[in-house]
Design a protein around this ligand. Structure first.
Ligand SMILES: Nc1ncnc2c1ncn2[C@@H]1O[C@H](COP(=O)(O)OP(=O)(O)O)[C@@H](O)[C@H]1O
Ligand SMILES: [Mg+2]
Length: 425
């Protein structure tokens, strides 16, 4: 068996988790991460190329005998990194730019959902402010307004009143606050319920789901405060038990994979459905074209398969239908963030206590860097600390016991990751 040189693209805790999981594969030889962080530097070699420098990444991969590139974030996928690598004969994990439109254009994703009969919020699409307002002013409130393109998690406004919708329309369509991403606005019905993430490997036709996960987007406990990139995650989430993963897969992920294949845009990679479980059943809020962060940090430790095998099957259309093999038990991941995050925050602060964390805890780095052997903060979300247990309550306890051992000035984290679900049994 020939072993592969693998490059992971990105610099978050998701990418550290990917590097960690790939390290366990007997099929991996040299492992690189571009640009990586203080955690990936220890178990792989960091390559100083930013994740959105797609031409430089493709050239570097071809020049350095890389056999596989695993793309973490959405931006390089939308910019066509996979297309460029394929043209240079380098294997890549992730969808092409056209298939990545499922995430990079919310209006395109909406029309695909309608075509494939996938349940989603009722909506309308506008690029003209006057028409948007004519529509918005007579809708039921709250009303949801979304920038069509990639907006780094900041493009969704939930307007409580017509005045707020008017301000959002003006921001997006007149003042261009979201830039090109906001040239088109999706206005949709507000859905009440519980949110859940369902991710699957897709090989063009076959869909192999992971266990359901739950993200926590707001910065403070009880889902209060501003939105963040994600403050923690748990898996498996039991929220979807009454529907079942097989049912959600066959009614949501499979029809999308089939519709894309039928359109001549076969999807290879991880397809992520952000779901709202409403009183009327599950509805899709959005699709992402890659693994989620922080969901990946709890999903990969639960994955009981070789990641290179799965990636190869995904690329070559040889996935086994049905759920991928999962380990028993639960994982709970808690994000430690810098003071002020998701607003402005300091960097360069020393991180201590990692040597106190027990051996069974996983600590995935995001905004960290190693300087002369010293670990310093270097971003808003700094670490994801992942605990495990036979029950969700035990996994939470394990994670928090270890979170408390880690220190940097101004560090904050939510105390209630997975709390509500654990209380429910
Ligand atoms: N139709 C909706 N009804 C209620 N909440 C919504 C709706 N659409 C989005 N949201 C909320 O806004 C968040 C962000 O929306 P999403 O479509 O996932 O966009 P993005 O992740 O690109 O910012 C969701 O996680 C959810 O909390
Ligand atoms: Mg989202």
């Amino acid at each position: 068996m020939s072993r592969w040189n693998v490059l992971v693209v990105g610099n978050g805790a998701r990418e550290h988790a990917l590097v960690w999981k790939l390290r366990q594969s007997p099929r991996v030889d040299h492992l690189f991460c571009a640009p990586g962080n203080g955690g990936t530097a220890v178990i792989a070699e960091n390559v100083p190329i930013a994740a959105n420098q797609v031409e430089a990444l493709a050239a570097w991969s071809a020049d350095n005998q890389i056999d596989l590139v695993v793309v973490g974030p959405e931006e390089p996928l939308a910019l066509g990194l996979v297309d460029r690598l394929t043209r240079r004969g380098v294997r890549a994990f992730g969808p092409t730019a056209v298939a990545a439109r499922i995430e990079s254009s919310k209006s395109w994703a909406k029309s695909l959902m309608v075509e494939a009969n996938v349940p989603t919020a009722a909506y309308a699409i506008f690029d003209d402010a006057v028409a948007a307002w004519e529509y918005a002013r007579i809708q039921r409130y709250p009303l949801v307004l979304k920038a069509d393109g990639l907006a780094a998690g900041k493009g969704v406004i939930i307007a409580m009143t017509p005045e707020e919708a008017k301000a959002a329309i003006r921001m997006a369509l007149e003042e261009r606050t979201f830039g090109e991403a906001g040239r088109t606005l999706v206005i949709e019905e507000f859905l009440a319920g519980e949110e859940m993430s369902l991710l699957a490997f897709v090989d063009g036709r076959t869909v192999a789901p992971l266990v359901p996960a739950r993200d926590h987007k707001r910065v403070d406990d009880d889902d209060t405060g501003p939105n963040t990139g994600g403050m923690g995650a748990i898996a498996p989430s039991r929220l979807a038990d009454r529907y079942g993963v097989e049912h959600l897969t066959s009614t949501i992920l499979q029809p999308i994979a089939s519709a894309l294949a039928d359109r001549g845009i076969p999807y290879h990679g991880v397809l992520y459905a952000g779901l709202m479980l409403t009183a009327d059943g599950p509805r899709v809020l959005e699709f992402n074209c890659r693994l989620g962060d922080p969901e990946t940090q709890v999903l990969l430790p639960l994955l009981d398969e070789d990641l290179v095998d799965l990636i190869e099957a995904t690329a070559t259309g040889q996935l086994t239908p049905g759920p991928v093999r999962a380990r028993a038990g639960y994982r709970c991941g808690v994000v430690l963030a810098s003071d002020g995050y998701p607003g402005a925050y300091p960097t360069g602060l020393p991180i201590s206590g990692l040597d106190q964390v027990d051996d069974e805890t996983l600590v995935f780095h995001a905004g960290t860097k190693l300087v002369d052997g010293l670990l310093l903060t270097a971003g808003g979300r700094v670490l994801t600390v992942v605990g495990h247990g036979e029950t969700l309550a035990a996994a939470r306890q394990h994670a928090y016991q270890n979170v408390e051992k880690i220190y940097f000035a101004g560090a904050h984290y939510r105390r209630d990751i997975g709390g509500r679900e654990a209380d429910q049994g």
